[in-house]
Design a protein around this ligand. Structure first.
Ligand code: ADP
Length: 334
């Protein structure tokens, strides 16, 4: 299964690469973040210095990787990419850091998943541009301080709250990315269709936008599925019927809930009487990792008003029950 998964991942990544905006001007939405980041970068360029470290937080698919690439692009710097889970030992991080050239931008995805020793090494590197490389083992081990040329870390995390304060504090600029409006997604879909050479009508683009869970990655993915449908069953162009039919095939409902969102909501209502239930219990009942439910399904369900959080756990709202066409039992609603 892992081979298939990584193939699918690789295809997804190369599809995404083709649609990525390459400059801040091309980056749709997130106005405040864009303005602030633009200032940080322009000031650094005019000082002839490297930019401050940047921390980007927000749910998957909202543009964190894209912004990291843009930071490197706008600084005229080389981008290096790694991630928290890929760095198992402090030595892995030391190897990456000591290979950086002056001005490089190092993108660290899922930075909240760095192992503790690597995290501590990163503090020192970010603050003093220094790493202590340990040579040898046991009693004979010695630590050799190595100074590094100045560089910029762009860290990404699905939740800034998951980062320990000392790490968070070492980022000079932090920004939170929020879900996109339907209008913004509409313009992303239009732009992407242009890049794909796929003709799409305004109402079809709007239909895709409204079902994309506020997420550009999903908008681009649905657009490609609509293109598939149009090429196989339709006229080859993206009209409203093609959009609607494709979205039925891919089980995206009219509010943009996908299979996982519906599974979570359904489990909450049918297995736990609408809650309150703890997130990890809910995740187990749908066979998903807590982190996936917490960072992918939950923020969307809460934002849509289908689910709410309480100190005692997650609760289905009246709207949540209604969306599934279910009648809440007496006393289920807060
Ligand atoms: P993240 O790193 O937050 O998971 P990515 O940066 O990989 O998200 O973005 C996912 C996809 O969505 C990319 O293909 C990118 O082209 C597109 N995308 C993200 N944000 C925007 C945006 N603001 N404007 C246009 N396209 C975007």
């Amino acid at each position: 299964a892992s081979v298939v998964d990584s193939d699918a991942d690789a295809i997804e990544r190369s599809n995404e690469a083709a649609l990525r905006p390459t400059s801040l001007d091309e980056f749709v939405g997130q106005r405040t973040v864009r303005d602030q980041l633009s200032l940080v970068l322009r000031a650094a360029v005019s000082r002839g210095a490297t930019a401050d470290h940047v921390l980007l937080s927000g749910p998957p698919g909202l543009g964190k990787t894209t912004l990291a690439m843009i930071v490197a692009g706008e600084m005229g710097a080389t981008l290096r990419v790694s991630s928290g889970p890929a760095i198992q030992h402090a030595g892995d991080l030391a190897a990456i850091l000591s290979s950086l050239d002056e001005g490089d931008v190092l993108f660290l995805d899922e930075i909240h998943r760095l192992a503790r020793p690597a995290e501590e090494m990163l503090y020192l590197a970010m603050e003093d541009f220094r790493v202590d490389v340990v040579v040898g083992k046991g009693a004979g081990a010695t630590s050799i301080p190595l100074s590094l040329p100045p560089f910029t870390i762009v860290g990404a995390t699905t939740r800034a709250g998951l980062l320990p304060a000392p790490l968070r504090d070492r980022f000079g600029f932090t920004a939170h990315l929020d879900f996109y409006s339907d209008d913004e997604l509409h313009s992303i879909v239009g732009r992407s269709a242009g890049k794909l050479g796929f003709e799409i009508s305004g109402d079809a683009a709007a239909e895709i936008a409204s079902r994309s869970r506020g997420t550009p990655r999903i908008a681009n993915r649905l657009l490609r599925r609509v293109r598939d449908w149009a090429q196989v069953h339709g006229s080859g162009t993206g009209d409203l019927a093609a959009a609607q039919q494709a979205l039925i095939v891919y089980e995206v409902d009219e509010r943009g809930l996908d299979r996982l969102d519906r599974a979570v909501l359904r489990a909450l209502c049918t297995r736990f009487g609408g809650g309150p239930v703890g997130l990890s219990t809910l995740a187990v009942s749908v066979g998903e990792e807590s982190e996936t439910v917490e960072t992918v399904a939950e923020p969307f369900l809460v934002r849509e008003g289908l689910m709410s959080r309480s100190p005692r756990g997650r609760i289905a709202t009246a709207d949540g029950w209604a969306h599934l066409g279910l009648e809440p039992p007496a006393g289920a609603l807060p």
